[in-house]
Design a protein around this ligand. Structure first.
Ligand code: ATP
Ligand code: MG
Length: 403
């Protein structure tokens, strides 16, 4: 009766005391969403901070999906066997037979979540260990084994596994509320979004294009990025806002070296209103302190002063190389790498003022009539829902990328 399954260990949810019920519910809902569309049947069973997936879908396919779901700390492809010590020992031998390490020894780690099981964990481990030693001739090494056999006694079965894959960790998406991510086509903001999701923020997105003065390439990239990121949360809205005309107006109003920061202030105002409409209570950006001229401490303060909502900057202390590596790991780097026409490079003066203060923007923003401009931009905003798709997201982006 042995059959394959996947064990998902719940991460920080376990620590959440009174809120635990709500967290568990979100985790299960996100999990079901992540498994949607797989060919075949998946059964989900949960108890004692572990979720077990079984069914006709191949284990690798299930693992691929659940590795992207925040809230699960460890993922173990496993086999489930009947709750009888002899059967367990035999199954452990079978499991290790194909995977016996060429050098080094093995260890058995047993855990008993079902306390009614007749053997204590240590006795079960000893029994299984002795059998492996005898039948496969492998040495025991409890301090630095080459392979570890996990034996976990649950209510319906005993689960055996030799592989522990890292899950996303963090909190279930939605547990911390909602946020609006300012998404450019670069490397940083998608990584920031992923960090926000991992801390339980359900994210929607806004991307500003230089239209009508630039082509659609950056919007294609934003679309592809959001689609890639919806592997970590069930779905998301993407707002596309053409800001080119407003950029021109700022330039005409004499923004000069304040141009880039004036654009940023405009962006957070528009993003703040879009956020309010979807019930988001914070903005998220990909800023990293001091990375470029627009991200000095004074310029960060200048942006915050214009923002109607708190601006979260998950990458504040990250180096560019760390961000690039993470982008590769989460799957957004190949999209970010594609060329585009970034609205921020349109009309920008060669040098950006690094030490701005909010006061410097009062006259400029009055001349522009900033409230009216924000209204106009909101009127032009388009909403999309980049869905999950089996096609590579990078293909979508490439289709619209400039040559
Ligand atoms: P990124 O790699 O995310 O583009 P960056 O290093 O290029 O960041 P900036 O261009 O200074 O840095 O942008 C800082 C942040 O401002 C971005 O991470 C993003 O959150 C936001 N932002 C910049 N341009 C846009 C845009 N066109 N649309 C939406 N948000 C933007
Ligand atoms: Mg950028």
């Amino acid at each position: 009766m042995a059959h394959s399954c996947v064990l998902l260990k719940h991460g920080e949810v376990v620590l959440k005391g009174r809120n635990r019920g709500r967290f568990e519910e979100l985790l299960q809902r996100n999990l079901r969403k992540a498994l949607e569309g797989l060919e075949g049947e998946v059964r989900i069973r949960t108890g004692h901070s572990v979720t077990v997936l079984t069914g006709s879908v191949p284990v690798e396919r299930m693992v691929e999906r659940v590795r992207r779901v925040p809230g699960f700390s460890v993922i173990q492809p496993a086999i489930a066997v009947a709750k009888d010590p002899e059967t367990v020992a035999e199954a452990a031998v079978d499991l290790l037979r194909d995977r016996a390490p060429a050098t080094g020894g093995f260890a058995v780690r047993a855990k008993r979540r079902d306390k009614s099981f007749p053997l204590r964990s240590s006795d079960l481990a000893a029994l299984v260990g002795a059998r492996i030693q005898r039948e496969l001739g492998l040495p025991v090494d409890l301090t630095s084994p080459s392979v570890e056999v996990a034996v976990e006694v649950d209510r319906d079965a005993v689960h055996l596994s030799v592989e522990r894959l890292p899950g996303q960790g963090g909190l279930p998406v939605g547990a911390s509320g909602r946020a609006m991510v300012l998404l450019s086509g670069g490397y940083d903001s998608p990584v920031a979004a992923h960090r926000a999701m991992r801390r339980g923020l359900r994210c929607d997105f806004v991307h500003f294009t230089g239209a009508p003065y630039t082509g659609p390439s950056s919007a294609y990239k934003a679309y592809a990025l959001v689609r890639e990121l919806t592997r970590y949360q069930p779905d998301a809205r993407l707002h596309i806002v053409p800001i080119g005309t407003a950029q021109r107006s700022l330039a005409t109003a004499g923004a000069g070296r304040l141009q880039v920061m004036a654009q940023r202030r405009l962006m957070v105002r528009v993003a703040g209103e879009l956020a309010r409409r979807v019930g988001a209570r914070a903005l998220v950006t990909g800023d990293s302190l001091g990375q470029v001229a627009s991200q000095t401490l004074s310029n960060i303060a200048t942006v915050d002063e214009a923002s109607p909502l708190p601006v979260l900057r998950p990458l504040l202390g990250w180096d560019k190389t760390e961000i690039m590596e993470e982008a590769a790991r989460i799957g957004t780097a190949d999209i970010s790498r594609l060329p585009d026409e970034d609205c921020c490079r349109l009309l920008t003066p060669p040098r950006v003022a690094t030490g701005t203060t909010p006061g410097q923007f009062v006259r400029l923003e009055n001349r522009l009539d900033v409230e009216h401009t924000v209204e106009e931009l909101l009127d032009r905003a388009q909403v999309m829902r980049p869905g999950r798709d089996e096609r590579e997201s990078v293909e979508t982006a490439r289709a619209g990328a400039v040559a």
